[in-house]
Design a protein around this ligand. Structure first.
Ligand code: FAD
Length: 231
C-alpha cells in the first residue's frame, strides 16, 4: 500500500530536536544556502517520481561546495552522527532514491552552472545540479552533445545521472553515463573533498573507438555529494 502523508501528520509536527539543533548550528556556522524546515518545503520533497513518500526533517539548498563542506563536516561530529543527509537532483528517480527521513540536500537550485566548455578537447566542467537538456543546449552551438540519453532529460541532473549511471536510447552506440565521466570532485561526510580521475589514458585506449572519442564531464561537488564533474 502506498503510504499517506496525512497519516504521518503527527510525526511531522514533532520535528526531531536533534535535527532542530543541527539546523541551528548549520546556520550559525555560516551555511549560505536556504535552510527550509517548513511544512511546504518538506511536503514537496517528500515525493519523487517513485510510488514512495518520506517526510524529510528539512530541505537545504547549498549555494556552493563550501556549503557542502560545512554540512558534511558538521554531520561527522559525534553529537550529529544520527543526522542523515540525502542528495537530490531533479527528483526523477523511480525507486525513491532521493527520499529520506533526514535532510534532503537539493543541489539543483543553486549548483547548476556550466563552468567550462573545452571545445577542442570535447570536455565540459559542470556543477552537479546542471540538467542534461541545459548542458546540451549549451553544447549545441559547438556541434557537440552529452550523449547518455534518458527520458527525463529536461529534469534529470548530471549528479543524479552519475549516481544512477543513467542510460537509454543510443547507449549501445555512445555508452552509459559512466563512460563519459572523466573526473569527479566529491564531498565526503567529514567535509573532505575527494577528487577522482576515472579514465587514465591507457584505460581509455581499451575502450571501443566510439567511446574513446566521447566527450567527458567534470562535475563540480554533493555526501558523496558530487559538486562537479568533467564529462
Ligand atoms: C518517466 C521516467 C522516465 C525515465 N527514463 C529513464 C531512462 O530512460 N534512463 C534512465 O537511466 N533513467 C530513467 N529514469 C530514472 C531517472 O530519471 C534517472 O535515474 C535520473 O538519472 C535521475 O536523475 P535526478 O537528477 O532526477 O536524480 P534524483 O532522482 O534526484 O536522485 C537519484 C539518486 O542520485 C543521487 N544524487 C542526485 N544528485 C546527486 C549528487 N549531486 N551527488 C550525489 N548523489 C546524487 C540521489 O541521492 C539519489 O540516490 C526515468 C524516470 C522517469 C520518472
Amino acid at each position: 500500500m502506498i503510504a499517506s502523508l496525512d497519516s504521518d501528520r503527527v510525526a511531522f509536527e514533532s520535528l526531531s530536536s536533534d535535527y532542530v539543533r543541527f539546523l541551528e548550528i548549520l546556520k550559525a556556522n555560516g551555511f549560505e544556502g536556504e535552510i527550509c524546515p517548513d511544512y511546504a518545503s518538506r511536503t514537496v520533497l517528500a515525493t519523487d517520481n517513485s510510488i514512495y513518500q518520506r517526510w524529510p526533517q528539512a530541505v537545504v539548498y547549498p549555494k556552493h561546495s563550501e556549503d557542502l563542506t560545512r554540512i558534511t563536516r558538521m554531520a561527522a561530529q559525534v553529537p550529529n552522527r544520527n543526522i542523515v543527509l540525502t542528495a537530490r537532483g531533479g527528483g526523477t528517480g523511480t525507486n525513491g532514491q532521493s527520499l529520506t527521513d533526514g535532510i534532503v540536500v537539493d543541489v539543483s537550485r543553486h549548483m547548476n552552472r556550466i563552468l567550462e566548455i573545452d571545445v577542442a578537447n570535447r570536455r565540459v566542467r559542470v556543477q552537479a545540479g546542471v540538467v542534461k537538456d541545459q548542458l546540451n543546449a549549451a553544447l549545441k552551438p559547438h556541434g557537440l552533445f552529452f550523449a547518455p540519453e534518458l527520458s527525463t532529460s529536461n529534469r534529470a541532473t548530471i549528479g543524479g545521472m552519475i549516481s544512477t549511471d543513467a542510460s537509454g536510447q543510443g547507449s549501445c552506440e555512445y555508452g552509459k553515463t559512466r563512460h563519459h565521466v572523466l573526473e569527479l570532485d566529491t564531498v565526503l561526510i567529514g567535509g573532505e573533498h575527494l577528487h577522482i580521475a576515472a579514465h587514465s589514458a591507457a584505460l581509455r585506449k581499451t575502450l571501443p573507438a566510439s567511446r574513446q572519442a566521447s566527450s567527458g564531464i567534470f562535475t563540480a561537488p554533493p555526501p558523496g555529494l558530487l559538486t562537479s564533474s568533467e564529462t
